[in-house]
Design a protein around this ligand. Sequence first.
Ligand SMILES: Cc1cc2nc3c(=O)[nH]c(=O)nc-3n(C[C@H](O)[C@H](O)[C@H](O)COP(=O)(O)OP(=O)(O)OC[C@H]3O[C@@H](n4cnc5c(N)ncnc54)[C@H](O)[C@@H]3O)c2cc1C
Length: 398
Amino acid sequence: MTAPSVLVAGGGIGGLSAALALGRAGWPVQLFEKAQAFSEVGAGLQLGPPAVRILQAWGLGRELLQAACLPQALVCLCALSGQELARLPLGQRAVSVYGAPYLTLHRADLHSLLLGAVQAGGCTELRLGCEARLEGHSDHDVTLSWPGGSASGQALIGADGLWGATPWLTDGPPRATGHLAYRSLIPIDAVALAQRRMQVSVWLGPRLHVVAYPVRGGECLNLVVIVQGQPPADPQSWDHAALGADLQQAMQGACTALQDLVRAAGRWRLWTLFDRPPMRSAQDMARGRMALLGDAAHPMLPFLAQGAAMAIEDAAELGRCLVGLAQRPDQPKALPAALLSYAQARWPRAARVQQRSRRNGQIFHLSGPLRLARNAALRLAGPRLMDLPWLYGHRVAL
Ligand SMILES: Cc1cc2nc3c(=O)[nH]c(=O)nc-3n(C[C@H](O)[C@H](O)[C@H](O)COP(=O)(O)OP(=O)(O)OC[C@H]3O[C@@H](n4cnc5c(N)ncnc54)[C@H](O)[C@@H]3O)c2cc1C
């Protein structure tokens, strides 16, 4: 009999985290990624204390801090006047209240950190250029196939993202939400001195919001402008060359400092936003010998900045539920129950984050009197409204 192994479809942040956690839990892993090579794609990510704590427990804390920035505050501003509405201290407060820092970093830096750890762990066979699809499953195993090959294992973790082939929970295709995200990475030298701050800034305006934070140790400012608009013709693609002129048009009415910041960006990429309805039960996340993880299970709008963090938390919980099982004689029977435990632990939290992300989108883009009421509430009770202990205080048992 061959040694038991877990198949992982997808080599994004979620798939690599799953491979790392499963390797640490004693499982050999075969990971299949459809891209021919891992490339430097993406821009900024925010990672709150729960995900940072997991990466630290996996021994990646030092490298993570080298690649990341440590913002000192989350600051809400009015996009029209530029006035500060509210400020939540991060920095040392995040460490003392939630036990780990709040970080910002480039997706490619986090990805290469995880890839290096997976390779160093020696438990994972990485197969690039394999666009995997589910071939079949039985009481004993699961089989994936791709043009030119197939592989079987004791379990399948679908970590192939929003557009992946393994999700079985499709209520139809993902839904375009009517939001467009313009993203740019600006060398810090090109940014006005007043905007070179070690903080996450969020400008709220009618039907748009703008997020800026430093990445790459402060070398670049990650800038995202989210507006409401129609998706382009081929919405599955992450990036489209975007016209700065469209953006300038959308930004009319914003304060001068914000318009100047947007003008400082040389090159924009356009990203159409999609999501799915929040999960409703553990069965949405695990069935038999198969489980979903990260965006494949619970794609979410980026308005709470939690996509990567949720994938990392999923992976840590998966490792916890499957630890030591590979070597146990009752593994064939116990594995589906362990995957169900994983789903039961994860789905309510991930669904709550999906819901909250949608709600943030509505609150961020309010116009008219509701916008003024929101701004007044932020001025009065900002830190209390922005701090989310249920989100940042969560601990996956490691
Ligand atoms: C190219 C890219 C750039 C991104 N940039 C940003 C960003 O700048 N900011 C941000 O906040 N978030 C970004 N994200 C999203 C963020 O990384 C995810 O929301 C989060 O990390 C969850 O990751 P995931 O691994 O679940 O899904 P994803 O990051 O979507 O990873 C899924 C992986 O599966 C692979 N895949 C898909 N189908 C198959 C298949 N059939 N067989 C095998 N492999 C398959 C994909 O190529 C991809 O590598 C990006 C995602 C991608 C794919």
